[in-house]
Design a protein around this ligand. Sequence first.
Ligand SMILES: C[S@@+](CC[C@H](N)C(=O)[O-])C[C@H]1O[C@@H](n2cnc3c(N)ncnc32)[C@H](O)[C@@H]1O
Length: 233
Amino acid sequence: MPDHSTVYTKQTELYDQMISKQPSLLKVIEEITPLNDLDVIDMGAGSGRLTTILAPHVNSILALDSSAEMLDLLDEKLKDQNSLNVETQVADHRNLQAENESADLVVAGWTICYLASTNVENNVHNINEIMKEIMRVLRTKGTVIIFETLGTGCETPNPPEFLKQYYSLLENKYGFSHKWIRTDYQFESLREADKLTRFFFGDDIVDKVVKENLLTLPECAGVWWLKKENNES
Ligand SMILES: C[S@@+](CC[C@H](N)C(=O)[O-])C[C@H]1O[C@@H](n2cnc3c(N)ncnc32)[C@H](O)[C@@H]1O
């Protein structure tokens, strides 16, 4: 994984503007589970891509992230949209600050990858710890939904090498169902495309966008989901 730690402490607004150019994921989530009255945990909530769209439809959300700066931005957005049912809390994925069996839905968007990539030490152990934590906080019949990248700048899935093992473990060891979707960025100008993507994806992808005059930057995402069937933990 690229090191995005500076993004999540010093470029939080830029990150939030970038993802605002992508489609909402509300329908994708609703197709997997109805949202009525759910208590939700958003792992690695960041600036709230998932929390802000879910808040009006669910009972409560606990939004967790290791970056206080990302959560500060989320707090501001929640105030603006008058969402009073969300609590934010700094926490690492391996030690969720949440009670046992307190959630009906756990969502994690583009975030577990930072501990699960093969270029991180102890990645397989991390994945195991994270799955244990998810199963601990989920109620029986609760659902976990994970979103991760299947490639930016491509129209069909092309997952990065360093994430293939993680995706295979989700499907083959932990029993997740899986599909893929398009999460293209739609920019208003090339200048905007350059400003909102170079800091995150680096020069190669952005140079292609600018050279080919692309206002749409294609992207594929994987969606993995699993229902907790009994009191496994
Ligand atoms: C790409 S952003 C995704 C944010 C949000 N889920 C979204 O879909 O836009 C990744 C987020 O994961 C958080 N993160 C990275 N490693 C983490 C960890 N070990 N525990 C908790 N959060 C982590 C980062 O601080 C950042 O806010």
